[in-house]
Each structure stands twice: as structure tokens, then as C-alpha cells.
Design a protein around this ligand. Structure first.
Ligand code: 13P
Length: 244
């Protein structure tokens, strides 16, 4: 459901000592609120630490990927049920770093979203165009193709997802989409999701979100919050984005 949601994506960062400081600071600094959520998606080995440090706080946690398979001979993979067993609420699926560096297709991303839902996780489904695609005028076509694969695969369960628009050219580059650029794509996604009966799910923007630009991005009518990479590794910055 709509409502402010800010999710940190730690990516492949952290260690036990620095995580403890970060998790404790976030847990201490965040107050429960009915209309605002805060979560961190940590590397798999630290799910137990996230549970230990965040249990009893208003901060949720989750993983950055899940296997599309429920169990079996899939060396190196982690199932959604395993992620759920550690008290996770969320699983990011289809991040552009996985689509690009690990060849994840739209169909695979949709299968991962379905696997997450089957384990009662909320998939944070990422979509977004590359710089070349934007410059070729293909943004709408690309994000429509990406979201339609998920819509087709999930049916009514789509309403239990979160979708994140992350323009690839804005990730880790310091080059944020303008609020208007974000809104334009979010409006398109909202229309597409509404036509499939899921117009009221949370739509997050991701790509160089910081405390300094969060309020203007989140102030747009179809932007419900953010998926935050680098800035989620600094407790004060992340808490300020959560409160924006
Ligand atoms: P940055 O916030 O570091 O640009 O990363 C965005 C992102 O990829 C979050 O999933």
C-alpha cells in the first residue's frame, strides 16, 4: 500500500563491526510511524545480524536477491524461504546490477518476485533504463517491458509488491534524475500497475538519493519513497532520508 517507504540497499558493503554500529544507530534513531517505513537490505551473511540488532525496533530488513527456485541443487543460491526465516520483510529483485552483470532477464526477475511472494516476502522489483536507452528515447518502452513481465507473471499478487524505478545512469553516479524526470516514469508505471489492479502499491525512486534531494523527489505525486544505495551506509544521512 502507498505510504512513505525508504529502503537501504547496502550492496556488497559492510562487516560485522561496522554493521553493528550502523544497525544500532538506525534502530536508535528511527521512531515507529503508521505512514512511514524504513528498511535495510543487507548481504545474505548479515541477515542474522540484522535480525539481532533490529528486532524490537521499527526498522525492517531484507535481502538483495533471492533464487527463483524453492530449494535443491542450486549451488551458491539462497532461497526466499531462507531469507524469510531470518525475519526479513523485503527482497530486492531485478536490480540493474544483477540484470547487467549477471544477465538477469525480465522473465527471471518476474520468477524471483513470485518466489519472494511465495515465501511471504515483499519483493522490491527494480526497473530502469540505461543512459543509452534514455538517449535513444526508449525509456518508456524499456520500463513498460520490464514491468509488464512482472504484471503478467504475478496476477493479483502484484498488489503485494513494491516497485522501484532506478534509472541506471543515476545509480552511484551522483547524477540524480530530476523530480520531474522521476515523476514522468512513475506516472507511467502507476498507470500500468493500476490497469492490472495494483495502482496503490508503493513506487520508490532510486539513484543517487541523498538527504539533500530526498524531499523534492518524494514530494512528487507518484513517488512514495526511495531505494537508497551509498547514502544508506551513513546512519545520519539514511535517517534524514527516511524522515524527508
Ligand atoms: P546509489 O544511491 O548509490 O546511487 O544506489 C542506488 C541503488 O542502486 C539502490 O538500489
Amino acid at each position: 500500500m502507498r505510504g512513505r517507504l525508504v529502503v537501504g540497499n547496502w550492496k556488497m558493503n559492510g562487516d560485522t563491526a561496522s554493521n553493528a554500529r550502523l544497525l544500532d544507530a538506525i534502530a536508535r534513531g528511527w521512531q515507529a510511524a503508521a505512514d512511514r517505513g524504513l528498511a535495510v537490505c543487507v548481504p545474505f551473511p548479515y541477515l542474522a545480524q540484522a535480525r539481532e540488532r533490529l528486532a524490537g525496533s521499527a526498522v525492517a530488513w531484507g535481502a538483495q536477491d533471492v533464487s527463483e527456485h524453492p530449494s535443491g541443487a542450486h549451488t551458491g543460491e539462497v532461497s526466499a524461504a531462507m531469507v524469510a526465516e531470518f525475519g526479513s520483510r523485503y527482497a530486492i529483485v531485478g536490480h540493474s546490477e544483477r540484470r547487467q552483470a549477471h544477465g538477469e532477464s525480465d522473465a527471471l526477475v518476474a520468477a524471483k518476485a513470485a518466489a519472494a511472494l511465495a515465501a511471504d516476502l515483499v519483493p522490491v522489483v527494480c526497473v530502469g533504463e540505461t543512459l543509452a536507452e534514455r538517449e535513444a528515447g526508449a525509456t518508456s518502452a524499456v520500463v513498460t517491458r520490464q514491468i509488464d513481465a512482472v504484471i503478467a507473471a504475478l496476477g493479483p499478487a502484484l498488489a503485494r509488491c513494491v516497485v522501484a524505478y532506478e534509472p541506471v545512469w543515476a545509480i552511484g553516479t551522483g547524477r540524480t534524475a530530476t523530480p520531474e524526470q522521476a515523476q514522468e516514469v512513475h506516472a507511467l508505471l502507476r498507470r500500468r500497475l493500476a490497469a492490472a489492479g495494483a495502482g496503490s502499491i508503493a513506487l520508490l525512486y532510486g539513484g543517487s538519493v541523498k538527504a539533500a534531494n530526498a524531499a523534492s523527489l518524494f514530494g512528487m505525486p507518484d513517488v512514495d519513497g526511495g531505494l537508497v544505495g551509498g547514502a544508506s551506509l551513513d546512519a545520519d544521512e539514511f535517517l534524514a532520508i527516511g524522515a524527508a
